[in-house]
Design a protein around this ligand. Sequence first.
Ligand SMILES: Nc1nc2c(ncn2[C@@H]2O[C@H](COP(=O)(O)O[C@H]3[C@@H](O)[C@H](n4cnc5c(=O)[nH]c(N)nc54)O[C@@H]3COP(=O)(O)O)[C@@H](O)[C@H]2O)c(=O)[nH]1
Length: 819
Amino acid sequence: MSDTSLDGRKIKDMPDIATRLKRFRAASPLSFRLVAWILLFSSAFTLLASGIQIYSDYREDLSKIEQRMQVIESGYRSSLAQSLWALDQKHLQTQMDGILSLPDIEHLRLRIEPDSELVMGELPRDTDTLTHSFELIYRDDAEFRLGELTITASLHRVYDELRRRVGFILATQFLIIFVVSILILWIFRHLVTRHLADMADYTRDLSLRNLSRPLELDRPDTPAYQRDELGMVTEAINQMRERLIDDVTRRERDEAEIRKFSKAIDQSPSSVLICDRQWRIEYANRKFSQLTGNSPSEIIGKHPSSLIDPGVDSHEARQLWKSIRLQVQRVGVWQGEVNSTRKNGERYWEQLVVTPIKDNNGESTGYLILGEDISIRKRYEQQLLRQANYDILTGLPNRMLALDRLKLALAQARRDESKVGVMFLDLDNFKHINDTLGHDAGDTLLIEAARRISSCLRGTSTVARLGGDEFLVVLPGLNGPDASSQVAERILKTFAPPFMLSGQEVFVTTSIGIATFPDDSDNSGTLLQHADAAMYEAKHKGKSAYARFTPEMSEVSHERLQMESHMRKALELGEFELYFQPIVDTASGGLVAAEALLRWNNPAMGMVMPDRFIPLAEETGLIIPIGEWVVKEACQAAYCWQAMTGREISIAVNVSPRQFRDPGFTDAIMRALNDSNLRPELLELEITERLILDNSIETADILKQLDKVGIRLSVDDFGTGYSALSYLKSYPFDTLKIDKSFVQDVLKENEDASLVRAIINMAHSLGLKVVAEGVEEEDLTHFLKAEHCDYSQGYFYSRPLPEQDFIHWLETNERANLK
Ligand SMILES: Nc1nc2c(ncn2[C@@H]2O[C@H](COP(=O)(O)O[C@H]3[C@@H](O)[C@H](n4cnc5c(=O)[nH]c(N)nc54)O[C@@H]3COP(=O)(O)O)[C@@H](O)[C@H]2O)c(=O)[nH]1
């Protein structure tokens, strides 16, 4: 069967008909063959009939001759006998001449008794003869045998007649056959063969490109013609043509579909492998090649297991594919993640879905393997897992994992009836180191501290970073009460050598609190609280110390917990209040701004100062809603004073680092300004050096954003941090606040006076205004005036005041200034 394509080649059924018709026409035209057969049969029949007829005529001629000889016998016997008896020779001669003149009689021989003979005529030599003899008897009283006459008749005439007839019959037959043949030929050609030729031409030309033209014969289109054989063949060919059109249309549609699917598979974002029933790869799409680096030709015919990971034990790979095969057969699908290897040896994770490809009968004809590179997701998951369980900076387990390990250790200890030590460690002065040497130094310190703590522990122990500078150590299977103390001492000892931070040697100590299971508690949460309480105790003892938990300590720890729980409700209960401290023009003493300072008025704890609760608020994240409340209240207050006094008084608000890093920070600031209608230029945000040293792009961006809308920015507590002057140039600060620790001592310490002087000059050279904090004495104001310090703030002018008192102060001060 010849294959058929859509490019216009002959369709598969066509050559049969076309070549057959062509063969008929070329080698043995049907009409000729038909005529030949008709003529053959009719000629044979006619010849047979003519032969019979000729033979019958021949027999009749022979019989006529024989009859004639009988007639001669009966007519001449007696007269010849008379003539012989009478010896009348003349008469005898006449009689024999008479016989000889008869047709066909050629020879007479008269034997006369006893021994004479009379012969007349010639015996024909080259032809057949018929002879007839009869005796001549004379009857009187007795019978006398006189002789015998033998008559010979020639068949020459009979044969001549026979020949003539045969010649005639053949001539007429030939003529008839010729004429009939021509006639039949013409009729047959007119009625049949020319149409067959048309059909042959049609089918010869028929291709998938010109299926639209139907076969039409040059015949009347009447039912009678439609019903005859040619009509039926024509109809059959046209039906076949229509079926072909349908087939071609369907095939084209199918091919378009197949092309579409094939393109979709080829361009699929997932890798696609198609395997045969024996799991030999038959097809691989483009994504597969991109993913693995293998070209299709390299993997066609291979088993997919060979692609998983050559590094992986081939037995393992085979086992995996065995289980995949079994599951696909049983369940119809296998899904999972496998570790594969690219051609260049790079390992990657792949999510695979393996399904059978089934035919219409539900039989598997092959297998489809869809793959997706999930390396990034996997890495991300592993990262998340790591992030969820490990501290990124030190690589130590984090709080979550540490608590898990603690719970496991407690469960084991319950079974073994052993003890578990829980240690809470906090680096002494970490905040100060972080603030002064910067975050990088702080990070280095944490990493080194983690290393030193770990070096003091056995493999079964766990050291974790809980956050900030806090570490937890879990010591399972303690032998005795002193074991944990010994570990604590070892840790304190490893902290004795200095740490190299930012190129300088720094001595850092740690405070350790210890709680023991089951002596102090049998519950992990409580043990942690107790260890924390013990750690605070150790800190109070003096740094570089450890303390074991005692029941009295739980009260301190309890207080912290209580404060946190109170703080969570404080906003809602309206326990926070803003105090305002004036910032005055150093030269004139007139009010220019006020700093908003937060106070917490808790019914149970009384007035709580920010130093006590702000760190906890930062630690717990509560500083974000609290800080938002502060900015909002401060802006509203400043706007009220403006309405009240008719003059614009700036308001300075402290922003803690945690607040600043909150993604909603700038929005919260803008909301506060919008809600209060305060001009952005009247709001000043006080930012500590610690935050600036963070040095992240986000910090710079947020500062620029705030500056762009006109909000003023000041560096708070300048001098207590790293004091890197470069950042003052890079960031859009307006004001620099010299920390009170320098200001307060300028009159006592020459060094401090020089420093303050230098800071003022430097700030002015950078175009910054300077605020001196902690101005408690009048003499200080003289110094600051002399040094051209722009603004001053301190108890000398006013302590932070509740709003009403501040308004009062404002009015009083205004009046005093007016005088
Ligand atoms: N993130 C936020 N931090 C805040 C907020 N409100 C306050 N704070 C921070 O708390 C710290 C302590 O503040 P406070 O106890 O209010 O102390 C301030 C003043 O009372 C004090 N001060 C002012 N003048 C003098 C003085 O002459 N002598 C002296 N001994 N103390 C004085 O200084 C504090 C203000 O300092 P500063 O912020 O650096 O201008 C404090 O660090 C606040 O930042 C808040 O809403 N959010």
